[in-house]
Design a protein around this ligand. Structure first.
Ligand code: HEC
Ligand code: HEC
Ligand code: HEC
Ligand code: HEC
Ligand code: HEC
Ligand code: HEC
Length: 337
């Protein structure tokens, strides 16, 4: 009896093992089955073409008067702004030997929370010179101030595409300082007034992969244009597929190296652009014009939540580096802060 039981048990185990193997094999197939779209497969780009002539913010705001007041306070609009002569950063610059002339020459400022950079118009149209010295707002003092100098190509080579509007590839000249409506809404035809499906990011046009391309053109810091090797996209027009020309490393190692607050951006972009998901984009959580993320608190728990919240705490606890005061200490190699 014992022996028979043993043989039966063995047979049962073998069957189970075989079933297991089948199950594993099917799981493998199931894992492989959802087609992993090639992020570069859809849509078009404007590499090698000029930017389309676009309607400027002043013209948009002539009709969209309700958007104007908040836009004046929006960090996108303010990323580069007229230098405020009484700003603490300029006062610090004046204290350097020869600092008065740098301060007097400064026409624009870039960045207001962590770091402020000083800029002036270049000799060439559509370009800015960047002062090597930077003002850390957290520490209230200058950095890199041993021998400050105006750099003529740094801004065009390394910054312009994400801090100015419509940077032309050949000349590297921008069409406007700071970020105009065009960067997110694209080339808006006048017919959109009767049919809002003709303008991007309207209540009817929030296709996930287009949203990720639009926001990702600047927020996927660390990517590179294949055609120019620059750290910002080549002639990107909202509506294009960013990933046809912009290479982004979505590996786990790249995630780990990104500043803590950038990890959710990488994860969201990978979910949509590489894995083909479309339920969640930046717009489920961010109200861009209102500069608020209040609505994110009402969402259901999902993997992305634990890029910022400690898992199993009901999203009540934040991870290290995520609270606003901790973020001021954040570093970015792309932006030199
Ligand atoms: C790929 C796009 C990209 C490039 C290239 C880029 N930036 Fe940025 N920069 C950003 C984004 C996006 C932010 C906002 C990040 C945030 O607030 O989390 C930012 C923020 C900043 C800030 C901080 C603003 C603040 O006070 O918090 C400074 C200063 C800055 N960038 C300077 C530069 C400089 C100088 C260069 C060129 C050497 C540069 N950036 C290149 C996208 C870029
Ligand atoms: C940084 C990206 C970005 C820029 C730049 C931007 N927008 Fe928007 N806009 C959005 C997004 C995203 C939405 C969808 C609603 C939301 O999340 O705020 C939107 C919605 C709108 C709407 C419809 C909803 C509403 O608030 O009335 C209008 C109108 C609008 N934008 C106009 C403008 C104008 C005019 C400018 C330039 C002065 C501009 N936008 C610049 C991202 C942007
Ligand atoms: C001649 C006036 C006019 C101009 C110029 C104009 N718009 Fe509009 N826009 C409208 C009207 C009218 C609507 C439809 C009604 C509404 O939703 O406000 C609209 C709708 C929109 C929407 C969709 C709102 C929704 O319901 O989701 C967006 C986004 C938008 N415009 C952005 C822009 C941007 C960006 C520019 C500049 C590039 C611009 N508009 C220029 C009049 C104008
Ligand atoms: C053309 C470049 C560009 C595009 C496109 C862009 N951003 Fe930004 N964004 C920036 C820069 C630069 C800053 C930081 C500005 C500063 O503080 O100087 C910023 C700041 C922000 C911030 C922090 C400030 C705030 O409003 O709370 C959020 C959130 C943000 N962007 C979300 C988005 C989303 C969502 C989209 C897509 C709809 C988008 N951005 C599109 C460049 C861009
Ligand atoms: C699941 C919700 C969620 C999604 C999806 C999401 N975000 Fe965020 N994001 C947040 C929250 C919450 C914060 C922290 C805001 C705060 O502290 O006020 C944040 C912070 C940021 C910041 C930093 C602002 C700063 O002050 O440093 C940027 C930039 C940003 N998000 C851009 C994006 C972009 C671009 C996307 C799309 C690729 C995106 N986010 C997708 C919820 C989300
Ligand atoms: C990019 C970072 C980020 C992501 C991603 C994020 N959160 Fe948050 N969350 C915050 C921050 C920062 C706060 C603090 C309040 C604020 O600024 O909005 C917060 C607050 C909250 C709160 C209120 C907690 C309390 O005790 O008051 C809830 C609930 C919440 N988040 C849920 C979620 C859910 C659900 C997700 C995923 C869908 C998520 N969060 C994703 C950053 C994030």
């Amino acid at each position: 009896m014992n022996r028979i039981a043993h043989v039966l048990a063995r047979a049962a185990l073998l069957v189970l093992a075989a079933m297991g193997a089948v199950a594993v094999a099917t799981m493998g197939q199931e894992k492989a089955r959802p087609a992993r779209p090639d992020p570069a497969a859809w849509g078009a780009d404007h590499v090698g073409q000029p930017f389309p002539p676009y309607v400027t913010g002043d013209e948009c705001l002539f009709c969209h008067r309700d958007v104007g007041p908040a836009w004046g306070q929006n960090r996108h609009q303010l990323t580069i702004r007229q230098a405020a002569p009484d700003d603490v950063s300029l006062a610090a610059l004046r204290e350097l030997p020869g600092g008065d002339s740098f301060a007097d020459e400064t026409q624009f400022m870039l960045g207001a929370e962590r770091v402020t950079r000083f800029l002036k118009k270049s000799k060439e149209y559509g370009k800015l010179d960047l002062l090597s010295a930077a003002f850390s707002r957290r520490e209230g003092q200058l950095k890199n101030d041993d021998s400050p100098a105006w750099q003529t190509s740094a801004f065009a080579d390394r910054c312009a595409g994400c801090h100015a509007t419509a940077v032309e590839n050949k000349s590297q000249a921008f069409a406007a300082i700071s970020l105009d409506c065009f960067t997110c809404h694209g080339d808006v035809p006048l017919e959109h007034t009767k049919d809002v499906s003709r303008v991007l990011l309207s209540s009817k046009t929030t296709e996930a992969r287009k949203v990720i391309s639009i926001c990702g053109q600047c927020h996927l810091r660390g990517g590179k244009s294949k055609s120019t090797r620059k750290p910002y996209p080549n002639t990107f027009v909202a509506g294009d597929n960013l990933f046809r020309d912009f290479e982004v490393d979505f590996s786990d190692a790249a995630f780990a190296a990104a500043p803590a607050i950038d990890q959710h951006i990488y994860l969201n972009a990978r979910d949509v652009a590489v894995l083909g998901h479309s339920e969640t984009t930046c717009l489920n959580c961010h109200d861009v014009h209102g500069q608020s993320t209040a609505k994110h608190q009402d969402l259901n728990d999902a993997a992305i939540c634990s890029t910022c919240h400690v898992p199993q705490t009901g999203n009540a606890k934040l991870r290290d580096g995520i609270s606003p005061s901790q973020r001021l200490r954040m570093h970015s190699r792309v932006c030199d802060y």
